[in-house]
Design a protein around this ligand. Structure first.
Ligand SMILES: *Cc1c(COP(=O)(O)O)cnc(C)c1O
Length: 338
C-alpha cells in the first residue's frame, strides 16, 4: 500500500517557528480541518496535543468529536452548533443568533472584506444586541483575510476594519470575548501580534505562502508521500506504457509499476508534461486510478516530499495537493529525522 509519512520533528520545528511570531504556545490554534489538510486528523491532533497546543480548528462536528478530548477548545467553522464546553462555533449570520441556544460558545464571524462568510459591519450592533438580550455566550469575535498572502495594502485595510470591530465589541461591554483574525500568512507577516489566538493552517504543515518580498520563514514539510512497487518488467525499445500508450520506451528499460494513482488523490496530470518524483524519476505515461509507472526498481519510492514543488508543477497550491490525499492511505509517524 502507498502511504503517507508524517515527520514529527519537522512539525514541532514549524510550531517552534510560529510561536516566535505568536509570542506564546497557547496563542497557536492549529487548523486541522479537512483531515488536517489531508495529513490525517487524529495523527496531527495527537502530535499537536503532545507538544502542548491547546486550541484546534476544524471544519465540522464529525472532526470536532474525533479530537475534542485533546484540546481545551475546538473551533468548528461550519456545522450545526452543539452545546459543549469544549466546542465553539463560527456563526456567520444574524439569523442564527435569533435561534441559537444561548449556552452555545459563539464565535461571531464578521465580514471585514472577504465577502465569503460573516455578518456585515452594518449588522454588528444588532448582533451584539441580540447576544445581550438572549444571554448568548459570546466566546469570540473573528474575521478572515482575503489577501494576507499578497504584497498589497488590502491586508492593512481589512486589519483596520477589524480593529474598529474590536473596539465596538469592547464598547458594548464584552470584556471576556476573544478576538482572532490571523491565518498563517497574516501571522507570518505580522509584527507585534496581539490577538488571543492565531488560526494557523498551512504553515504548521511546512509551507510559507508569502510571496517574494517578505522575509522567508524556515518551515519544513511534515508530509511525504510514498508508493510501493506492485510489479516490474523490462521494456524493449518501442513498447508503450499504460492507457493510451502515451510513453514509448526509447531503449531497453526496466520499468516498475507503483501502487499510487488518482484514486488515492494523486493528480492524473498530463502525460506529456510528466511530474518528476522527489528522487528525480519522471512518471511514464498516464497515471491510472491505482497505479503509476517509473523507470525504477526500488521497492519503495518517495513520490512527493515538497507539496509546494508538486503544486507548481500541477498549477495549483500546496493546500490542494495534500488535501486531495485520501483518508484511506496509511499514515505513519516518523519520530526521527532521516
Ligand atoms: C482554513 C482557515 C484558516 C487557516 O488558513 P491557512 O492559510 O492555512 O493558515 C484560518 N481561518 C479560517 C477561517 C480558515 O477557514
Amino acid at each position: 500500500m502507498a502511504y503517507i509519512e508524517l515527520c514529527k520533528e519537522n512539525f514541532y520545528h514549524n510550531l517552534d517557528q510560529l510561536i516566535l511570531k505568536a509570542g506564546a504556545k497557547h496563542k497557536l490554534a492549529v487548523v486541522l480541518k479537512d483531515n488536517a489538510y489531508g495529513h490525517g486528523l487524529e495523527e496531527m491532533a495527537q502530535m499537536a496535543a503532545e507538544y502542548g497546543i491547546k486550541e484546534a480548528v476544524v471544519a465540522d462536528n464529525d472532526e470536532a468529536l474525533r479530537i475534542r478530548e485533546l484540546f481545551t477548545n475546538v473551533l468548528v467553522l461550519g456545522d450545526t452548533p452543539r452545546i459543549d464546553k469544549r466546542l465553539s462555533y463560527a456563526i456567520s449570520e444574524l439569523e442564527s443568533l435569533r435561534h441559537i441556544a444561548p449556552e452555545v460558545k459563539v464565535e461571531l464571524k464578521v465580514d471585514t472584506g472577504m465577502h465569503r462568510n460573516g455578518i456585515s459591519l452594518q449588522e454588528l450592533d444588532e448582533a451584539l444586541t441580540l447576544v445581550k438580550n438572549r444571554g448568548i455566550q459570546l466566546f469570540g469575535v473573528m474575521t478572515h483575510y482575503r489577501s494576507a498572502d499578497e504584497l498589497t495594502s488590502e491586508f492593512f485595510w481589512q486589519k483596520k476594519t477589524f480593529a474598529s470591530v474590536k473596539s465596538r465589541v469592547r464598547q458594548a461591554g464584552f470584556d471576556q470575548t476573544r478576538f482572532h483574525s490571523c491565518n498563517s500568512a497574516a501571522l507570518l507577516r505580522s509584527v507585534g501580534f496581539d490577538e488571543t489566538i492565531a488560526r494557523v493552517g498551512i504553515a504548521i504543515y511546512g509551507f510559507d505562502t508569502l510571496p517574494e518580498g517578505f522575509e522567508k520563514s524556515d518551515l519544513r514539510p511534515v508530509l511525504s508521500l510514498w508508493a510501493r512497487r506492485a510489479s516490474r518488467r523490462t521494456l524493449r525499445p518501442g513498447q508503450r506504457v499504460g492507457y493510451g500508450g502515451e510513453f514509448t520506451a526509447p531503449k531497453t528499460m526496466k520499468v516498475s509499476t507503483y501502487d499510487l494513482g488518482y484514486g488515492d488523490g494523486w493528480p492524473r496530470g498530463d502525460a506529456h508534461n510528466p511530474y518528476v518524483t522527489e528522487e528525480g524519476c519522471r512518471i511514464l505515461g498516464r497515471v491510472s486510478m491505482d497505479y503509476l509507472s517509473l523507470e525504477e526498481e526500488k521497492e519503495t519510492v518517495c513520490i512527493m516530499r515538497d507539496a509546494a514543488r508538486a503544486a507548481r508543477h500541477f498549477g495549483t497550491i500546496p493546500y490542494e495537493m495534500t488535501t486531495a490525499l485520501q483518508p484511506t492511505l496509511l499514515r505513519r509517524i516518523r519520530k526521527e529525522k532521516k
